[in-house]
Ligand binder design. Structure first.
Ligand code: PAF
Length: 297
């Protein structure tokens, strides 16, 4: 596996490859969830037969997607360990540029998702986040020129934003979603889990449990009638109950919400009661750490 730090060297390495790469962008500090994305990329890359695509992973902590009070400075930079893990998972090339390489001048040209998406859910609580993500991902796509790229479904809205960008900008890249990996107790794997104290780590499972409880209440609401005892009267009531339960345990929830998978907008009551594919999304702070998770229904 090659570790490459400059755009020129990466382009030279890719020019010698038999086919366009399959790409997994990351911010490093890798865990099993990332490695599963690399393995998924490896399978996609090997489908080319003799024209086997290289698997390229990038590691770059992208300042543009962090808010002023977020964790850009303390985000762990663990390149040596990450490189070992990537090699074991079947990655061929790691692209790890420094800031001066990717942003040699202030990045004045940026790529904005539609306002409705940029201000929804994560966008509401992390203003500018999706502009930062789209800008760096578009730039990385231009540098790597992959035929396919893999993004984790744990960042559900990010995956949707990237798919929208690729579709509307007519980028010739297939976007694949990778399933969320969970610890034995159900906590979704995330680089930010590393910030949790031992007590917080034990408590963190409550977020995925809240999603399970919302799912249970939603299914009961679908099956039962609003008047049956023990059945929540509405989806809004289910969401409020879940948020309140987290708040009681000293979490600070940003949202716990039932949404349509197709556009992350709230379903109508008829849609929620019918066959509309739904996803329960949640974001909440535990101590200083903000965690997100989701569950498809
Ligand atoms: O999901 C991430 O790690 C980042 O948002 C990404 C896609 C690598 C862009 O910086």
């Amino acid at each position: 596996m090659k570790i490459i730090h400059t755009i020129d060297q990466l382009r030279a390495a890719l020019a010698a490859a038999p086919a366009a790469p399959v790409f997994v962008p990351t911010m490093g500090n890798l865990h099993e969830g990332h490695l599963a994305l690399i393995r998924q990329a490896r399978v996609l890359a090997d489908q080319g037969g003799a024209d086997r695509s290289p698997v390229v992973a990038s590691i770059f902590v992208n300042r543009l997607q962090f808010g002023p009070n977020e964790d850009f400075d303390r985000y762990p930079r663990t390149l040596a360990r990450d490189a070992q893990l990537l090699e074991g998972a079947g990655c061929d090339i790691v692209f790890a540029p420094d800031e001066a390489e990717l942003y040699p001048e202030p990045q004045g040209y940026t790529l904005h998702p539609p306002e409705a998406m940029a201000t929804l859910l994560e966008g509401e609580f992390r203003p500018g986040f999706f502009t930062g993500v789209c800008t760096v991902v578009a730039k990385l796509f231009n540098i790597v020129q992959p035929r396919a790229a893999v993004f984790g479904k744990k960042d559900y809205q990010q995956l949707m934003v990237i798919k929208g960008m690729v579709r509307q900008m007519a980028l010739p890249i297939e976007i694949h979603g990778g399933e969320t990996l969970r610890a034995d107790d159900g906590l979704a794997l995330s680089s930010r889990n590393g910030y949790l104290t031992a007590d917080e780590r034990a408590e963190a499972v409550q977020l995925s449990q809240a999603l399970q409880q919302v799912r249970g209440a939603l299914l009961a609401w679908r099956a039962g009638s609003a008047s049956a005892s023990g059945v929540a009267p509405s989806i809004a009531a289910i969401e409020t109950m879940a948020s309140e339960a987290l708040r009681q345990r000293a979490w600070l929830p940003d949202y716990v919400s039932v949404r349509r998978q197709r556009d992350l907008l709230p379903p109508t009551a008829e849609q929620a009661a019918g066959a509309e594919p739904l996803v329960i999304v949640a974001a909440a702070k535990l101590g200083k750490t903000r965690l997100i998770d989701n569950l498809e229904v």
